[in-house]
Design a protein around this ligand. Sequence first.
Ligand code: SIN
Length: 324
Amino acid sequence: MIASLLLTAAALTPVTSIARPVEIKFSHVVAENTPKGLMAEKFKELVEERMPGKVKVSVYPNSQLFNDNKVLEAMLLGDVQMAAPSLSKFQSFTKKLQVFDLPFLFKDIDAVDRFQQSETGQELLGSLKKRGLVGLGYLHNGMKQLSSNEKIVTPDQIAGKKFRIMTSDVLQAQFEQVDAIPLKKPFSEVFTLLQTRAIDGQENTWSNTYSKKFYEVQPYITASNHGVLDYMVVTSAEFWMTLPDDLRTEIKRAMDDAIAYGNAISKKKADEDRQLIAESGVTEIIDLTDAQRQAWVAAMKPVWKKFERQVGKDVIQAAEASNE
Ligand code: SIN
């Protein structure tokens, strides 16, 4: 009897008074078994373990919800709450992050990490605020390699070849610098473009090249380590600032822990995925000698000067200093 009275009272409670969990849709374009995919799942796990019933996270991988060129607009409209686009995909929001695309600027991912944690790196993390986005942290994927239909060892061998790039003017200039033909295309189209030979090659990390099977349709990979592909985890200022203070603090703590996890596995993943590609026997991996690499540096480095004004000389110098 008492139970049925309680049930009736509950049924009459206005819908507005039911506390619903905060919903976070996390959209990304890569496969689950990558640093970003695993980080997003870790974030979901931590949030739901630490804030049960209060926050619900849904992760949408493989461009299921949005591709990276649309996700930031969708975030500002409130259709998605979190994403981690590549640093190359923010150029319509700020020119400063273009520093990460300059070829041969960072000697390895540890240098990238030092720069991201430096004062300048942390300032760049806040550089999207004016455009309504909050940078929650940097996440590593790794250094980029060149995959191609033909063996490429020297910069002149790339001339006239079509390469897919992310939507970045620096990456466009990088390929034009060596007389290649860059094409800005979404990540979700790369495999088909390669398979149909609409393009000759692409640049990407070991992890993306393995998980999206690009290597299966690319007989050669030049291990050039010529640039970095890292991410910024972002949310909209509107969503972030309307969260209750205690939840915002806890969600940020979960994100920091998830990013630390993603960063810790990124290097191991790069090594493992390179190894798996090598073992496939489908793709030949070409390691460059120091002299061969130096020829690429000389060919591509003039790009820095072209973007010095937009990026800032001080920012480039701070990035260079992280190599020491
Ligand atoms: C990503 O790693 O998020 C995608 C990179 C790309 O577009 O090549």
